[in-house]
Design a protein around this ligand. Structure first.
Ligand code: UDP
Length: 417
């Protein structure tokens, strides 16, 4: 069998929690969830992606799967298994879907297909629905052959302007799915011919450790214990070390802000994802920059900075930055708004839809604007508060877990009924 990610007993814990969401999102969504789930009880779903840690998918599944389990829909979470070179190829495919020119050599194509073929042989047969995330395992459906299961490809990437030779390579495989899901209509892979294409953004879990309420003084104390001075302004970016997240651009924007506000500090919380070999080089470059400036801090998941710490820094900082050049959704933006933090972010992918309309001026396209908007907010605590509160309400209505659970249940209903 494909390696399984075991989530332990969290499903049992969530049983009593599910109704706690009612207080946050209201009755309509929750009532629809229970109604849909009543017809789906006993369904067996398999979620397949390529890593259990680092990145948005690994963030989503541990929240979604227990919620579905609680509703009587059993889900396994399995990983595609391959050598390190496979993940170098799949990162190239990921980058090419986001528009970067990269011609897959015959050897790269062969490796991609070989790993998918071998993984397909390790897939169990007793699933009703198999949901495959992103390009790494996308050819599984092709190699799995005829089965009773319905297949869904959930693409989290902005594949609206892919590098064409790579999209031509992938299209025959993803066109075999019963349904595909994209974050927004603009992301749909050109040339895709699938009868059911659904658009639904991801969501954050307000009850997760990463997003739960925490007293501000505790957050500030944790920051101080890490060497950051919470009495001085703090800018924060939380993201994988990925060129599309532009961590070096963040450093440059911070340097411009520092000319105006000399006491400002930059905290970078960066994850290494299991399926992202590019990250190490970029982390070296960011560390090189930070070595020159004692007010730049870098923390990583490898050093034990986990969900609680991300929460504390998101709450304790003054401005959250997400300077993405290309982005799928960018969960960190909703995470920050949920904590009433103002966000300055790249006008990319799913980020603008997370911004309240009246604060779109904080979407930026270059380093200078990024610096200017950050400095503007640091100098105006009142505006930071108004922006943060508007952001929270915007997220509450659109990007919280119950809405995602409902969307998934709607999709499952349409597939199996
Ligand atoms: N994240 C984290 N620690 C880190 C970096 C990122 O916990 O050091 C989390 C972050 O809080 C968010 C997710 O990883 O929940 C990243 O998702 P996003 O959609 O922002 O970006 P992706 O990595 O999927 O492109």
């Amino acid at each position: 069998m494909l390696p399984e990610v075991r989530l332990g007993r969290r499903a049992a814990l969530l049983t009593c929690q599910l109704d706690n969401y009612r207080l946050i999102v209201g009755d309509d969504v929750m009532d629809e969830i229970y109604e849909l789930a009543a017809h789906l009880k006993g369904l067996h779903v398999c979620q397949i992606n390529s890593t259990a840690y680092g990145g948005g998918v690994a963030e989503l599944l541990p929240r979604l799967i227990p919620a579905l389990d609680t509703l009587g829909i059993r889900s396994d979470w399995r990983l595609i298994h391959g050598p390190p070179e496979f993940f170098t190829v799949t990162k190239s495919i990921h980058n090419a879907l986001q528009g970067k020119a990269h011609d897959l050599s015959e050897a790269e194509q062969a490796l991609y297909l070989h790993v998918n073929e071998q993984s397909a042989k390790l897939l169990g047969h007793d699933y009703d629905v198999i949901i495959v995330h992103d390009p790494q395992p996308a050819a599984l459906r092709h190699f799995a052959g005829a089965r009773q299961a319905k297949w869904v490809w959930r693409c989290h990437i902005d594949s609206s302007h892919p590098y064409e030779p790579v999209s031509q390579f992938l299209l025959p495989f993803v066109s075999q799915y019963d349904a595909t899901v994209f974050t927004m209509p603009e992301f749909i892979l050109p040339g895709l011919e699938v009868s059911r294409v659904v658009c639904e953004p991801p969501a954050i879990d307000p009850l997760a450790t990463k997003n739960m309420e925490l007293p501000l003084d505790v957050c500030k104390r944790a920051m101080a214990d890490s060497g950051v001075n919470p009495a001085n302004p703090v800018i924060l970016q939380v993201s994988r070390f990925d060129p599309w997240k532009d961590p070096l651009g963040v450093v440059q924007a911070y340097q411009l802000v520092k000319q105006r506000i000399p006491t400002v500090q930059l905290v970078f919380i960066g994850a290494m994802a299991g399926d992202d070999p590019e990250g190490w080089t970029l982390m070296d470059q960011v560390e090189e920059e930070s070595a020159k400036d004692p007010d730049i801090f870098i923390f990583t998941n490898l050093g034990g900075v986990g969900n609680a710490e991300v929460n504390m820094f998101q709450r304790g900082c003054d401005v959250v930055v997400q300077k993405s050049i290309r982005e799928g959704f960018g969960l960190v933006v909703s995470e920050a708004f949920w904590k009433e933090k103002p966000v300055v972010a790249g006008r990319a992918g799913g980020i603008p839809m997370q911004f309240p309309q009246e604060f779109h001026r904080f979407l930026i396209d270059n380093i200078e604007d990024c610096a200017e908007r950050i400095a503007h907010l640091l100098e105006r605590p009142g505006e930071r508060g108004t922006f943060g509160r508007a952001g929270k309400e915007h997220v509450r209505q659109r990007f919280l877990l119950p809405r995602l659970v409902r969307d998934v249940l709607r999709l499952l209903t349409s597939l199996v009924s």
